[in-house]
Design a protein around this ligand. Structure first.
Ligand code: FUC
Length: 338
């Protein structure tokens, strides 16, 4: 196991650092202090050259354009309807950034912060104290995000939070994958351990209704080719995937989803104890011509393990609160095979 710290770039005069861990199989992960963003998850390609299975952008400035490329998301992943919710009967209103909706922690979420970075052994540790006045959520919160890699080619991301007042904590890493060698994701296949998905309103907030996936393009239980799935979605629903799947009850070590590319033989299995996975297949990223070699139609699939979004506004969505003084830790594991 090897670690390396270097300068990534500068943002508003501040140094952005890049931390890299490389394991004994030449698998490496690199994270930068701006947005606690994962810039690289490299596997050895056929010629031994490092091949990034993430779709990211190469500078902090371009990350600011806000497609959330592989960035840390918090305090709350997904959408909060009208930026409004209650905790223990008390109503809160937080800053909105998508019409009347608060998306991915709002305009001052984790992805907009410069984190303090350090190695603890060969684990990358990012910490940040965020005041309530910084992001408008209740409570001043201490957040720790860690990235570790082992010799079984497993990347584990953990998020810990502790606040001085009751708040919400539903973080994730906004991973965009592409397992090909420069092609698109159409040939990839996706398996998800989900019997239900959420019905969404026209502004993509949940209506509250959970819908069975049976006989729909949302049925990924036995694995589904993405090109077929996207074509069926377009024919039946009128758009491609930007969906919330409710993950079935499962053993802790049982992956919730697996993305595979039969052409390159690469796959990523995702493990998480949370009850949701968001799947987003952007139709066209060519407008973002700052993509690292991978701009264009269906060049990335975002997979975001999290709690069901808009949690406090729906009785049966679970619990995304972080009670005052309590520490909560969530982890997501990505096992890559190649
Ligand atoms: C996903 C989607 C959103 C958004 C974002 C970048 O979480 O649900 O629609 O576009 O990614």
């Amino acid at each position: 196991m090897n670690t390396k710290k270097e300068l990534f770039d500068k943002l508003d005069g501040q140094q952005i650092e890049k931390f890299t861990i490389t394991n004994d199989h030449d698998v490496s992960v690199s994270a930068i202090t701006f947005g606690a963003t994962l810039e690289e998850f490299n596997v050895p390609g056929p010629d031994g050259k490092p091949t990034n299975i993430l779709v990211t952008v190469p500078t902090s400035e371009e990350l600011m354009k806000n497609q959330f490329f592989c960035q840390a998301i918090g305090r709350t992943a997904g959408r909060i309807s009208n930026g409004t919710f209650k905790i223990n009967g008390k109503a809160y209103h937080v800053d909105q950034n998508e019409g009347t909706t608060t998306l991915h922690g709002g305009p001052h979420g984790f992805n907009t912060q410069i984190w303090d970075g350090a190695f603890d052994g060969d684990t990358i540790v990012f910490t940040k104290h965020i005041n309530s006045s910084d992001d408008s959520f209740p409570g001043n919160i201490d957040v720790k995000i860690t990235f570790s890699l082992n010799n079984d080619n497993e990347l584990t991301v953990t998020f810990s939070g502790k606040s001085d007042a009751d708040t919400l904590f539903n973080p994730t890493q906004h991973m965009y994958f592409n397992l090909s060698d420069g092609g698109d994701i159409n040939g990839h296949s996706l398996q998800i351990n989900a019997d239900h998905y959420l019905e969404l309103n026209s502004n993509k907030t949940p209506s509250g209704k959970k819908v069975a996936v049976d006989d729909t393009p949302y049925d990924f239980r036995d694995g589904q080719n993405l090109k077929v799935g996207i074509a069926d979605m377009k024919a039946e629903v009128g758009h491609s995937y930007d969906e919330v799947f409710e993950i079935n009850d499962h053993q802790d070590d049982e992956p919730i989803a697996k993305l595979s590319d039969p052409e390159t033989g690469r796959s990523v299995s995702i493990s998480s104890k949370r009850n949701a996975l968001v799947v987003f297949t952007p139709d066209d990223l060519s407008g973002s011509n700052f993509m690292i070699g991978k701009g264009g139609p269906y060049m990335a699939i975002a997979l975001e393990a999290q709690n069901l979004p808009d949690t406090p506004n729906h009785d049966d969505f679970g619990d995304a609160t972080l009670p005052a003084g309590e520490e909560k830790t969530y982890s997501i594991k990505y096992k890559v095979e190649f």
